[in-house]
Ligand binder design. Sequence first.
Ligand code: NAP
Length: 283
Amino acid sequence: MILDGKLVAQKVLDEVRAGVARLRERTGLTPKLAVVLVGDFAPSQIYVGNKMKAAAAVGIVSEDHVHPAGLDRAALLALLARLNADPGVHGILLQLPLPPGLDADEMIAALAPEKDVDGLHPANLGALLAGTPTVVPCTPAGCMAILDHYGAKLDGAEAVVVGRSRLVGKPLAQLLLARHATVTMCHTHTRDLAAHTRRADVLCVAAGRARMVTGDMVKAGAWVLDVGMNRLDTGKLAGDVEFASAAQRAHAITPVPGGVGPMTVAMLLRNTLRAAERRAAGR
Ligand code: NAP
């Protein structure tokens, strides 16, 4: 079974569009996302453009704050403080990576947690760890939405997450754990990666290494989520999983592109709607 992320993302976007309309009708409030882009990293410019287009399509207003790579620390902190204090802004997206000289950890920590729609602020990650999630990081939330849409059984399942980044691997492991999977996290120091991946009923790969997980590393009947987005020399996009061989063994698998990728933007907009709903409710 091919897990169609475009389809699930569209379902989420439809729900967000309806939620935005309901909120506006009930309170007069329109969710607003501030997008902060520093520097001229070409992929970031494309991502930001896509996010703003997707926001407009569901009725979320977005405003961009684009600055050259030379923007200094104090100026970025001042911009974030201004957006934090602006009651008309419900979500702030700080596009990463930041140019050299700006510390992403410091800037993420400077966001108001309730406006941190990427869910990367330590308070939001801590809430996830504490079992009281508030804003959940978008890509892991998108992975869970795909698994849920297609009815994966997580309770008691062996789940293996390859990659332990703050953005994907760590929060995804927490989300799977919260659903009572038995979770193993793998990384570059893991001895015998294949021995772990072959045990996985649910295998999530977010390593950023093109096609590193091959079919022989996949358990027969597994659910495979490929988070990887690797640009090959040919210009083509490849996942972290070798699709053809893994699909032979998996019960269900996400393609790249068209799998986890489309979910990230959808979950970002869902987080923005929820931030606006919390504001409207005075929470
Ligand atoms: P990251 O910060 O570079 O983290 C990669 C993780 O994978 C690290 O924890 C690293 O281990 C581990 N790893 C790398 N090579 C490995 C190997 N050979 N064996 C085992 N573990 C290995 O990357 P990220 O931000 O999490 O992103 C991962 C991938 O997902 C990238 O391809 C990225 O483009 C993609 N991505 C896609 C979306 C989307 O919307 N679809 C969103 C975010 C990211 P160590 O900790 O030991 O270094």
